[in-house]
Design a protein around this ligand. Structure first.
Ligand SMILES: Cc1cc2nc3c(=O)[nH]c(=O)nc-3n(C[C@H](O)[C@H](O)[C@H](O)COP(=O)(O)OP(=O)(O)OC[C@H]3O[C@@H](n4cnc5c(N)ncnc54)[C@H](O)[C@@H]3O)c2cc1C
Ligand SMILES: *[C@@H]1O[C@H](CO)[C@@H](O)[C@H](O)[C@H]1NC(C)=O
Ligand SMILES: *[C@@H]1O[C@H](CO)[C@@H](O)[C@H](O)[C@H]1NC(C)=O
Ligand SMILES: *[C@@H]1O[C@H](CO)[C@@H](O)[C@H](O)[C@H]1NC(C)=O
Ligand SMILES: *[C@@H]1O[C@H](CO)[C@@H](O)[C@H](O)[C@H]1NC(C)=O
Ligand SMILES: *[C@@H]1O[C@H](CO)[C@@H](O)[C@H](O)[C@H]1NC(C)=O
Ligand SMILES: *[C@@H]1O[C@H](CO)[C@@H](O)[C@H](O)[C@H]1NC(C)=O
Length: 396
């Protein structure tokens, strides 16, 4: 199964919640909030009260709760539309109440897990409609079973936490998902997911076996009760178009106890053009145990002149001896030597790929603070055929 998707064009609202009155003014939104809050408290399961989990803009903690998972600083402006309420759900019944009350009160609902949406769609709206956010960060339990080679992972967990909990129990299991450890499970898996194990194990969603979903009627469903079509949709089609994912059951994959990484760099002066051409020809034909990425940036050379640098971050599921002989055969232009290679465990390679210095404790993967935050604009895509038919030219 290979599911393609696009990060930026997911619809992100329940169709049934779309109907909104354009006449709401800020003067009436206070009473909307009051009536909505009352509905939430009435609906909530008395054993899991909601008070203590509701943040309105007049609450002094509101800015910090909102900002805690803003991962694109373009949407951390005073002019960025703000929700009328944030619900920091502690229990699935809180989400069920939110869905049902949102329908009753015709309010736009946003769901945020890790907050890495490129366009901030989990906490911003482009319309002028009042909206609220269900924040999933408290729902982040991870139960790994090495016996079954599976794990149940709640949507608010981060990829770094998933990787850490797997490695805590086994040094020969892994999960094929994204490279950024602070990305959330909820948005990542529902949208597809790819990472440096994809050549061997496919997309993240190729390794998902079950899910818990709260649908538009507030019903809690699993794969069996939701049916294969809906399960297919929430494993690549963009989850929030269909409901709120509470948890996914993932299938672990096997990795050797020793893997090899390197990150060689080549500038324009070091035959980057030739190497890049060759990469395009061989990257998809190399051994499936080998993931060899190519990225570019502009740097100043030692003479202070601008030049282009190619970076080749690589993960090989095997040792350095085999890796170097493989590259000498299939990609000699890159000129990789044993001294470029570092052997380590898979979990250490996760840190390496995120640019943590060698020797960083794996507990760094449990940190929810990103290494850096920027304002950014990104578009990702999947290439289905070689589009560099005539090759590429490297110049500034
Ligand atoms: C720095 C960075 C690095 C990245 N690296 C990779 C990578 O290596 N590989 C890769 O594949 N992708 C990568 N991505 C993209 C990332 O996988 C997507 O942006 C993903 O949607 C983020 O998920 P999230 O939970 O963190 O984001 P959120 O902003 O919380 O959510 C993203 C979308 O999913 C919806 N959603 C969130 N939680 C749920 C839920 N529980 N149920 C239903 N819908 C939900 C949101 O409403 C929103 O529409 C990266 C993004 C960034 C910013
Ligand atoms: C803010 O909201 C939280 C969660 O509902 C609540 O516990 C806290 O008392 C509120 N703080 C203020 C100052 O209103
Ligand atoms: C987001 O904006 C607020 C308010 O201007 C600011 O205090 C905060 O530092 C910003 N967050 C980041 C990560 O820059
Ligand atoms: C993990 O197990 C605990 C204890 O049984 C349970 O409370 C939690 O909901 C489980 N998490 C998931 C994601 O299944
Ligand atoms: C660049 O490539 C040419 C032809 O393959 C080779 O002769 C030359 O040694 C390479 N230069 C460097 C710096 O690698
Ligand atoms: C390169 O040099 C220019 C000035 O010559 C400087 O402005 C720029 O910041 C430098 N870029 C990098 C990446 O160091
Ligand atoms: C490297 O791996 C190969 C294949 O698994 C094995 O035959 C070889 O002994 C290993 N070499 C070292 C130095 O561990």
């Amino acid at each position: 199964m290979a599911i393609t998707y696009s990060f930026n064009f997911k619809s992100y609202i329940f169709p049934l919640l779309l109907v909104l009155l354009s006449t709401h003014s800020s003067a009436t939104s206070t009473s909307i909030t009051d009536r909505f809050t009352q509905c939430l408290n009435n609906r909530a399961d008395p054993s899991f009260p909601l008070n203590g989990q509701l943040y309105t803009p007049d609450n002094s903690s509101f800015p910090s709760v909102l900002q805690a998972y803003i991962r694109n600083l373009r949407f951390n402006e005073s002019t960025t539309p703000k929700p009328i309420l944030i619900i920091t759900a502690l229990h699935p019944s809180h989400i069920q109440a939110a869905v049902v009350c949102a329908k009753t009160h015709r309010l736009l609902m946003k769901t945020r897990s890790g907050g890495h949406d490129y366009e901030g769609l989990s906490y911003v709206t482009n319309s002028n409609q009042p909206f609220f956010v269900v924040d999933m960060f408290n729902l982040r339990s991870i139960n790994v079973s090495i016996e079954d080679e599976t794990a149940w992972v709640q949507a608010g967990a981060t990829l770094g936490e998933v990787y850490y909990r797997i490695a805590e129990k086994s040094n020969s299991h892994a999960f094929p998902a994204g490279v950024c450890p602070t990305v959330g499970v909820g948005g990542h898996i529902s949208g597809g997911g790819y990472g440096n194990l994809m050549r061997k194990y496919g997309l993240t969603v190729d390794n998902v076996v079950d899910a818990q979903l709260i649908d538009v009627n507030g019903k809690l469903l699993n794969r069996k009760s939701m049916g294969e079509d809906l399960f297919w949709a929430i494993t690549g089609g963009g989850g929030v178009s269909f409901g709120v994912v509470v948890a996914y059951k993932i299938k672990l994959v096997r990795v050797p106890t020793t893997v090899t990484v390197f990150n060689v760099q080549r500038t324009s002066e070091q035959n980057l053009s030739t190497i890049a051409h060759r990469w395009i020809q061989v990257a998809d034909k190399l051994d499936n145990d080998l993931f060899l990425r190519m990225t570019f940036n502009v740097i100043n050379n030692t003479n202070g002149e601008k030049t282009i640098r190619g970076l080749f971050p690589t993960l090989y599921l095997g040792n350095s001896t085999v890796l170097v002989s493989l590259l000498n055969k299939d990609f000699p232009e890159l000129g990789v030597e044993i001294s470029d290679c570092i052997e380590m465990s898979w979990i250490e390679s996760v840190l390496f790929y995120t640019n943590f210095p060698i020797g960083t404790s794996t507990t760094a993967l449990l940190s929810r603070t990103p290494q850096r935050l920027n304002p950014f604009k990104i578009k990702s895509d999947y290439v289905k055929k070689h589009y560099f038919q005539t090759g590429i030219r490297i110049h500034i």
